[in-house]
Write a protein that binds this ligand. Sequence first.
Ligand code: GLN
Length: 502
Amino acid sequence: MADQITDLSAVELRERLVRGDISAQEVTEAFLQRIHALDPRLHAFLYVDTEGAIAQARQVDEQVLTGARRSGRELPPLAGIPVAVKDNICTKGIPTTCASRILEGWRPPYDATVVERLRRAGAIILGKTNLDEFAMGSSTENSGFGPTRNPWDLTRVPGGSSGGSAAAVAAGMAPLALGSDTGGSIRQPAALCGIVGLKPTYGRVSRYGLVAFASSLDQIGPMARTVTDCAILLNVIAGNDPRDSTSANLPCPDFTRALQVEVRGLRIGIPRECFVEGLQPEVREAVLQAARLFSDLGAVCEEISLPHLDYALPTYYLIAPAEASSNLARYDGVQYGYRAKAGDLYTMYARTRREGFGAEVKRRIMLGTYALSAGYYEAFYLKALQVRTLIKQDFDVAFQDHDLILMPTSPTVAFPLGEKVTDPLQMYLNDIFTIPVSLAGLPGISVPCGFANGLPIGLQLVGRPFDEETVLRAAFTFEQHTEYWKARPVTSDTVTRDKVKE
Ligand code: GLN
């Protein structure tokens, strides 16, 4: 029974919960059991809130489900549905480390707005998922607490930085998860783990309580095995929040209404700059095959150009580190988490930061400080802001006569652990197709679109600002006409079997 429960989507779980076939406690225990069986090998979680989750589930059973069944009242959207939360999102009283030693032991005194909304919707928070330290990376190998493994092949990375959330969903340890995306951290791990991940438009979801990496880019978004589940989770977390002044004051549609099988007449642009050297041939073929499917279904697919695409990576690696260097100044050993022992204040600051931060975080702080320093500011940071505008304008032009842009999510499938970790430039290249979308602040989704040597491939669909609906509709249509999303990683079952044998 436990295995069956963990294979269900949030929609299917809800049907059973509403009917009273299962209780929130049974659902929660099934996922917890699977976490305890698989996670010693996968390491998707940094913290599992076993007791808290069961207590929440009991409360939902007693106060929400029973009452609603008796009175016929509509249930809150996620009543009794477990969710895994990336560990850079604040959870009151539950450790939040950003996978950094510098935050070890810190328990936030408040919930992020998205977490508050999850709780209000009746969701059960299972625990906190692994990530690259402060969300800086593309493989989850930069975690200060050890890497996560890809459920499709335990010798490979799950992508990053939301690798823990992606692996948890792919392995059936959670039906839903939250990730954060600054330059690709929801979409790229979703692609590498064969699940669906959506980065909403910048401003669509509140960043209050998301530990800041690069504030002009950071955005929280849903990860799940189906497009429908992503839309349901987006419904819960999206919308204006007075506590985040960059959250958009726009009405939020019911995103599940966008889930129609219909793309006739949709104009889809395919940027020629994406199909160049470095793109794995199987990825290229799968993405072009997806475009053919959209054409067959009545969409109009045309080649377009994003002329400044080549500059996206260097632009991002000035802007993101610049913002990070400022945001990470607050970790001084006084206010949060780790504090090194020292005889005087200055030495304490320095030692805390030297011992608390990992190599990639230090690299970014140094790059960002340099780019912002007097004499270099105009040449680097200001120039990067100007190029960011040009990249945004490329998209504006493309969206004048296209409704959607179709491109790969990541240039390759999941790579072996250790392969790129010592070569930052190779690692940065993973996000070559997701970063431009982030710089422009646009909504983008990754959906499973094929396999190469048994490893998942992701298709990226990008929409106009605040037009998540078209993105979701196209993704849903694609999903309904393909079977890739139904495949499950065999390794996760092997892990269970091994465990049973032990
Ligand atoms: N991989 C990119 C980086 O290292 C993007 C990370 C992210 O989206 N959080 O910055």
